[in-house]
Design a protein around this ligand. Structure first.
Ligand SMILES: Nc1ncnc2c1ncn2[C@@H]1O[C@H](COP(=O)(O)OP(=O)(O)OP(=O)(O)O)[C@@H](O)[C@H]1O
Length: 850
């Protein structure tokens, strides 16, 4: 996930390399015998053919500058690593070639790369424009409104905004050329990459014996660089390929891809598709006029999202469109639709979502896991958590079963479930029922349901006005979209299935989709709908107008957050990671770019295409106090519901006070008041859960350079502890404004991660507790790393978080955003930058500023 700074992403993708190798072999080497003709035919009609022609038409300038250091280094390492770690010279040569320069490895300078990219971009854009023009000509007059919509979408594409503006665009930017990083094959504990000239410590790791192919993709939308293993993710995810197979599969061609090609390809192809989708879907029904039940309060004309109703696309139920969402809730309140004044249904606030219990191994009840549940009810005016505990005698008893049944009145977060119901199936079924508990009252659900009802259940792209392109990732493009006639905004990730299949990226897209379906957490994205429309796979998600934390950090004074703000963000991230780990998801791509800021200032961790899914075996380390002392059942002023009631008055973040400070304030640190006694009691008596996928192992080389854990770089195989490493890097970056092991290039960064010891700058001043936590998290050996044993449960108890009420963090006031903070054109966010949001009030669906 990224913002708009020029950045790049490295994807290690064997299948991609194979595909490219095929194309290259067709051009430069011997074509394969069997499918030669077919391939040629396909190739001649393909975009690649056009691109190649384009490349061939570009005069190849002699290199004006040296290779980037990374590339240079890799040439060196490739050449010097010896036979055990390199591919054959011919392979290497092929890998270093750029398309269009057959037979001669071409050395590209930055300017070449840029001109090639620019040419490619122009080519893609002009191709798409041609297609759009053809379509336009072939359309009847009746379809002309569509054309204007298509033009608008096209201009959205072409006007790729640069959200970052003046912020540091060079941050985590990779060199523009291919990085060939050696990887071990035989010996697991080897360093993949040591930069040229970097002095290894006295005990250097053994030399890698295999070339690992890494493709550098440049992401204009992000300032970070990222590594992923593409299709190998699937192997891990479905556990269908052994680690050995995996390693063997990697040992294939080493090749490179023009850095921008992936993104431009996907953008061009998506544009083409979207254009044709909108053009093909000629409106069959008359335009719908939007009328508002309540007049919109005065809005400032600037910086608003213009929900212009340039075109109302008729709702037709056509084509192959899949839906994963469920039907309308029958027991719903009637709302008046602002679009057609028909009745719109909204779930009653008193409705309880269906509760279910699981029969799986569920020894998982703890204060920490409760906190995420409590988050879901923290806005309840009255809530009651009932923990039914069965067979708690042994923490390892697989028959343990708990049921959380939470009833709430006037709750924004109706919640009823077993924490053990974390299997994909149960979550999917929960999802398919339309009951995303913590968002169940969200009016966007109702809007989606309503439109689906109107169109017979087949939601499609035609039901959305694409307002703005938010960014382009490796597998798709994200748009800000309005569900037509509702004024509800969504972020829609549009992925071209054909493109994904050709690039062997479907597994990554599938993994992301699967994970998104499972999620139900305040700090993780809500997937409202998914559908496939004209071979475009679309994910309709919650829109975060606040940009990402990377951009936000750069707008802070000194480009780093004050400690309380950093504490706030990492605390929310910790809860999100805890939840993911409980689901058996190792996130693996934590970085500020992937942390989006909601309109309320809380965060949302996004981007799951590099995540690893694995089995998790939650363990109850300490059981709860006897039932009589069960804090969750306590009555009186300090029970959970009252705690929630107090949420508006009680700060979630009480300041940490040293003994001295407490004495200065006339408080005896040994003597605590009643509330803190109770809190201590809660802390002591709640069970402690470890839901850490400690057994999970992956050999993929995934992540972002500055955030990569040493074990990933060394190819030792990694597990959930990588998330705690990245968590430490994140905290460091938020506090100091830079990552701890950043080198002058990515290879040096990797080497520093592996070999260099952690240092803290003198300024800004950071508390001992923060440093101590970072030190614990940035331990090179994963087994000794803080959190590796007990996961988030361990980290949450660190003094850095002392005084933090985890259960109430969702009600805490987020850090104040700087005045200069720009939510983007027309987006909601700041006080003077409000935007219409639809709300269900009484019997009406109304739109108002908030
Ligand atoms: N829900 C959202 N709300 C607001 N912006 C979003 C949302 N989801 C994604 N974006 C923005 O869209 C851009 C692209 O997102 P996407 O997840 O496709 O890309 P990515 O994370 O950079 O790449 P990849 O798909 O390769 O993981 C990012 O810059 C991100 O900031």
């Amino acid at each position: 996930m990224g913002s708009f700074a020029g950045s790049c992403e490295i994807v290690e993708e064997k299948d991609e390399e194979v595909r490219l190798a095929k194309v290259h072999s067709g051009r430069y080497g011997k074509p394969s015998l069997g499918s030669e003709r077919k391939q040629q035919r396909e190739y001649h009609g393909s975009l690649e053919y056009d691109i190649d022609k384009l490349f061939q038409s570009i005069p190849v300038k002699p290199p004006t500058r040296l290779l980037s250091s990374s590339f240079h280094y890799n040439l060196e390492t490739s050449a010097s690593a010896g036979p055990s770690r390199t591919t054959s010279p011919s392979k290497r040569t092929t890998a270093m070639k750029k398309p269009g320069t057959p037979q001669s490895p071409r050395v590209l300078g930055l300017s070449d790369s840029l001109s090639l990219k620019q040419a490619l971009r122009d080519r893609c854009i002009s191709k798409a424009s041609e297609m759009a023009a053809q379509k336009r000509l072939s359309k009847s007059a009746a379809a002309s409104p569509r054309v204007s919509e298509a033009d608008r979408i096209k201009s959205l594409y072409n006007n790729q905004s640069t959200r970052l503006g003046p912020v540091d665009k060079g941050k985590r930017t990779l060199v523009d050329e291919t990085s060939l990083v050696p990887v071990n094959n035989d010996k697991p504990s080897t360093s993949r990459s040591v930069p040229q000239g970097y002095e290894e410590p006295s005990n250097p790791v053994s030399e890698p014996s295999q070339m690992l192919e890494i493709k550098v993709l440049h992401k204009a939308s992000r300032s970070g660089s990222r590594l992923s293993s593409g299709s190998r993710e699937l192997d891990e995810n479905v556990a269908s390929t052994s680690a050995e197979d995996d390693v063997q599969e990697v040992d294939k061609h080493v090749t490179s891809l023009p850095s921008d090609s992936s993104e431009k390809d996907i953008a061009a192809e998506l544009e083409k598709k979207i254009l044709s989708t909108t053009l093909d879907d000629a409106p069959e029904k008359s335009k719908t006029k939007v009328t508002r039940m309540i007049p919109r309060p005065k809005q400032k004309p600037k910086r608003k999202i213009l929900v212009k109703k340039k075109l109302k696309i008729g709702i037709v139920s056509t084509k192959k469109e899949e839906e994963s969402d469920a039907s309308l809730d029958s027991s719903a309140n009637k709302l008046l639709c602002q679009r057609c004044h028909c009745s719109l249904k909204s779930t009653s606030i008193n409705n309880q979502p269906p509760s279910y219990t699981t029969t799986t191994h569920t020894p998982e009840v703890c204060s920490d896991s409760l906190s995420s549940i409590s988050n879901n009810v923290s806005q309840s005016s009255e809530a009651e958590i009932v923990i039914m505990k069965q067979n708690v005698s042994s923490s390892n008893d697989s028959g343990n079963k708990f049921e959380f049944s939470l009833s709430s009145k006037d709750s924004l977060g109706d919640y009823s479930r077993s924490t053990s119901g974390m299997s994909e199936e149960s979550n999917l079924s929960r999802f398919s029922c339309g009951n995303k508990p913590h968002m169940s009252m969200d009016v966007r659900w109702e809007a989606i349901k309503h439109v689906k009802l109107q169109c017979g259940g087949s939601l499609g792209l035609r039901h959305f006005n694409l307002l703005k392109k938010l960014g382009c990732g490796d597998i798709g493009t994200v748009y800000l979209a309005e569900l037509i006639g509702t004024n509800c905004l969504f972020a829609i990730k549009v992925m071209d299935n054909e493109f994904l299949a050709r690039r062997k990226k479907s597994p990554r897209a599938q993994a992301e989709r699967d994970i998104l379906k499972m999620l139900d957490h305040p700090f993780l994205p809500t997937l409202y709908a998914q559908f496939t429309s004209d071979n475009l796979s679309c994910l309709v998600m919650e829109y975060c107008p606040g940009g990402d934390v990377h951009v936000l950090r750069q707008k802070q004074l000194g480009r780093c957050f004050p400690e309380p703000a950093a504490r706030f963000y990492v605390a929310e991230i910790l809860l999100a990671l805890e939840y993911l780990h409980m689901l058996g998801i190792i996130y693996r791509d934590l970085k500020p770019e992937n942390i989006l800021v909601r309109e309320d200032g809380h965060i949302m961790l996004t981007d799951f295409d590099l995540s690893l899914r694995c089995a998790v075996n939650p363990t109850l380390l300490t059981s709860a106090s006897p039932p009589g002392n069960d804090p969750a059942r306590m009555s009186g002023p300090y029970n959970t519901s009252n705690c929630i009631q107090q949420s508006c008055q009680v700060s979630c973040f009480s300041p940490r006070l040293s003994s001295n400070q407490q004495q200065q304030q006339g408080r005896n640190p040994k003597r605590t008041d009643h509330l803190s006694k109770t809190q201590q009691h809660l802390k002591r008596s709640l069970p402690q859960l470890v839901a850490e996928p400690t057994e999970a192992r992956s050999n993929s080389f995934v992540g972002t350079h500055e955030y990569l854990a040493p074990e990933i770089i060394k190819g030792e195989g990694h597990g959930a502890a990588v998330d705690w490493w990245t968590f430490g890097v994140l905290l460091y970056e938020l506090l100091y404004g830079k990552t701890p092991f950043k080198g002058y290039n990515n290879d040096q960064t990797l080497a520093k991660v592996v070999y260099e010891s952690l240092k803290f700058p003198d300024s800004p001043l950071v508390s001992f507790q923060a440093k101590d936590l970072i030190r614990g998290l940035l331990v090179k050996e994963p087994e000794n790393r803080f959190g590796s044993e007990k996961g988030s449960a361990e980290i949450k108890r660190h003094p850095f978080f002392e005084g933090l009420n985890w259960a109430l963090i969702r009600c805490a006031t987020p850090p104040e955003l700087p005045d200069c903070y720009d939510f983007g054109p027309g987006s909601p966010g700041g006080n003077d930058d409000r935007y219409l949001e639809c709300k269900a009030i009484g019997d009406h669906l109304e739109f108002e500023l908030f």
